[in-house]
Design a protein around this ligand. Structure first.
Ligand code: SF4
Ligand code: FES
Length: 256
């Protein structure tokens, strides 16, 4: 089948980008979206042109490296699907597709469809871990975890850090990502000692990066390939508020 692709081409962060049109005539419905781009890139390389840069690693929907906009939708039109798991059978002969990188100040474009997501790494570094100061890791089954909390923590842990939530949000907020990480650890017994300080530190880091504020629009949840729910944002806000009130010696209000 044949597709018309309009692809954002940008040599480097310092160059001005533009959309470039390609007629792709060798698209097979069994290809993944990235394989379709691989074939186009081989053709471009054969003609001595620069191939289209895009991020990828596992191509199994688990690493979070891939992702860009297809016709304005983060990860494309298939719900709960990363671009590497999106197949060309979901498109038809003659389709016109516009491919653009994530658009957010906190994710500057490095090249073509590749953006710099180090801001996410800095949020994780600010608190997205459990400190183990001494001894070895405890046996996995030594600490009982209520089933409901284990399930909720597992759901939050499914976040792969792809950044689609930021790209889809009109405010370019990182609330779904940060909420998922805070919830994942805050729901488990091992995460309790640092729970409120973690929320304070991670939210403070989000503010330092160039992300916008969450206004509960919900576009993040709609595009998330791992179906992370907005509840994680509520959980993050509760932990953050509790931590702020505690810091002011006002903690009793959190129980009201
Ligand atoms: S919350 Fe969803 S969309 Fe956002 S980074 Fe995690 S997996 Fe990607
Ligand atoms: S390449 Fe790993 S999630 Fe897509």
């Amino acid at each position: 089948m044949k597709l018309t692709l309009h692809v954002w081409r940008q040599k480097s962060p310092n160059h001005v980008g533009r959309m470039v049109q390609y007629e792709h005539t060798q698209v097979n419905p069994h290809m993944s979206f990235l394989e379709m781009l691989d074939v186009l890139n081989e053709e471009l390389t054969g003609k001595g042109e620069e191939p289209i840069a895009f991020d990828h690693d596992c191509r199994e929907g688990i690493c979070g490296m891939c992702g860009f906009m297809i016709n304005g939708i983060a990860h494309g039109p298939q719900p709960a699907t990363t671009i590497c798991q999106l197949h060309m059978r979901h498109f038809k002969h003659g389709d016109v597709l516009y491919l653009e990188p994530w658009r957010a100040k906190a994710f500057p474009v490095l090249k073509d469809l590749v953006v710099d997501r180090n801001a996410f790494d800095r949020i994780i570094t600010s608190g997205g871990f459990v400190s183990v100061s001494t001894g070895s890791a405890p046996d996995g089954n030594a600490v009982p975890v209520p089933k409901k909390n284990a399930d909720l923590a597992m759901d939050a842990a499914a976040c792969i850090g792809c950044g689609a939530c930021v790209a889809a949000c009109p405010n370019a907020a990182a609330a779904l990502f940060t909420g998922a990480k805070i919830s994942h650890l805050g729901l488990l017994p091992q995460g309790q000692p640092e729970r409120y300080q973690r929320a304070m530190n991670m939210v403070a880091q989000v503010k330092q990066e160039l992300f916008g504020s969450c206004t509960n629009i919900g576009e993040c949840e709609a595009v998330c390939p791992k179906e992370i729910k907005l509840e994680v944002i509520a959980r993050m806000n509760r932990d953050y508020l509790w931590a702020s009130w505690s810091e002011r010696g006002d903690a009793v209000r959190a129980d009201d």
